[in-house]
Design a protein around this ligand. Structure first.
Ligand SMILES: Cc1cc2nc3c(=O)[nH]c(=O)nc-3n(C[C@H](O)[C@H](O)[C@H](O)COP(=O)(O)O)c2cc1C
Length: 182
């Protein structure tokens, strides 16, 4: 799969085959995802991979604020990656100090998580594993369900599994509408 094809053909997958992705494959996906760039190469992203059906069911009832669309997706999911990040690092030039280097302050940590998120989804896509990013989530509840370390916070859920659907390409704005030269 070339890079253009990989970027253009990835779709959010919300229906999965009744088959777990084995842990070796997930490890290979993280092995690729860890090459995502990050602020000062701090590599703050962490992946907690949930493949236990009872825990996935708990995420469906308590982790997505009852958002029916996400509950339904989780009901047929075979795996969920809790994407978290270590707080208080990205955005700083000196980790000993409390001050951030730019007006975006600690927003860079979410930015890092976003890059990590897409890198994970593309890596999964190359292995035939479909993904769907969830932003409608209850961070506190998810932290408790998976027992996240105190120093981390949840960025997003990424549901994953072997696709049982082939969604058509989603619409994109025209190139001319999103770019400008100066
Ligand atoms: C930050 C973010 C949050 C998202 N949250 C959700 C979500 O809570 N539930 C869901 O089903 N899809 C969610 N999505 C998936 C988007 O709806 C999807 O990426 C978009 O419609 C484009 O479709 P595509 O991924 O198939 O190209 C989210 C995507 C992103 C990047």
């Amino acid at each position: 799969m070339d890079a253009v094809e990989m970027i253009q053909n990835r779709r959010s997958i919300r229906k999965y085959r009744n088959e777990k992705v084995d842990r070796q494959t997930m490890q290979e996906i993280i092995d690729i995802a860890r090459w995502a760039p990050s602020w000062a190469n701090f590599q703050i992203a962490r992946y907690t991979l949930v493949d236990d059906e009872a825990v996935i069911a708990k995420l469906a009832t308590d982790g997505v604020k009852g958002f029916v669309y996400n509950v339904k997706t989780l009901e047929n999911a075979k795996g969920v990656a809790v994407l978290s990040f270590v707080k208080g690092k990205s955005g700083k030039l000196d980790l000993e100090k409390d001050e951030y280097a730019t007006s975006k302050a600690n927003v860079w940590e979410v930015f890092d998580a976003g890059i990590a998120c897409q890198t994970f989804c593309l890596a999964a896509h190359t292995k035939g594993v479909g993904t769907c990013i969830f932003g409608v989530i209850d961070e506190q509840s998810i932290s408790e369900i998976v027992g996240l370390p105190e120093e981390e916070t949840v960025a997003a859920l990424i549901v994953y599994g072997y696709p049982d659907e082939q969604p058509p390409a989603t619409k994109r704005k025209d190139t001319a509408d999103i770019m400008r030269f100066v």
